[in-house]
Write a protein that binds this ligand. Sequence first.
Ligand code: BDR
Ligand code: CA
Length: 320
Amino acid sequence: MKRKMIIDSDTASDDAVAILMAHRYLNIEVLAVTIVSGNMTVQDGSRNARYTIELCGAQTPVYVGCERPLLHEPAHAYWYHGPDGMGGMNYPEAKLQAAQGHAVDALIENIRANENDVMLVTLGPLTNIAAALIRAPEIAPLVSRCVIMGGAANVVGNVTPAAEYNIWCDPEAARIVFRSGMNLEMVGWEVGRGDAALTEQEIRDVYALDTPYAKFAMDCNVHALQMAKNWQGDPGLTLHDPTAMAIALDPTLSTRRGKYRVDVETRGELTRGMTVVDERHIVGTQKIFTDAWAVREPNVLVHHELDAARWKELLRQCLG
Ligand code: BDR
Ligand code: CA
């Protein structure tokens, strides 16, 4: 019995590895990949997703979605992922065409058609998901798990000291999703750092698997590797979307987690896009609910850490 999954993505290099993992993992059926503006324009994201899916020998429909955040201007990240988002590899156009219809419609239809039996994994800004929830709020409880790659759980962010990119790009959308009542799990960018980053030796070990998947996964991340080391100060290749996908595929990889109230700062001059995690349950225990704390009950399962050795083993399995 396969578990059903929808992936929402702004497909650049690490998204591509996550999409590949889901397609290569044994008991997963990917119903759709929906594309959102984020790292890439939606056209480039769609092109990268379709190339990745075709490499896996699959025909998963790819739907183009929202071309810009709800309120803000787009802030693409070609500077991080390379001029094509794929490390400058300039892969050819896939034969697989983009599916007809809008990503937001595809999300609503697929969730309704697979009530309580579909997992949603989000790898980009939450614009498409928020738009779907605005149109059809009743879909929130129909999603079995929504695993979000995004945020920074009371730790430093990547694009500002306070915020992680996916949430910072469209904080209003993130707030709608975080307040929606969906069964949410958050995998912040910090989960992919430290021991979870692939060292030079581990990258060589992946290449040594000698499969098209392994070569693709490492090649398309060459630019991201340099940025992770030189800009983020990480010890190797950080694969944020794949670490979130790993926890979606196998929740036992998560080694430290907790369910808390989490909300998103939308207006802070310095803190826009910050995921504020009530990690000490201060709001509830002190009976303090300000107008800002619309979230009354713990609403997000936050994963803080994962088993780095087992995550890398899972990655190698998917690429082997
Ligand atoms: C997120 O931003 C992008 O660079 C990655 O694809 C990931 O979704 C990390 O902040
Ligand atoms: Ca992404």
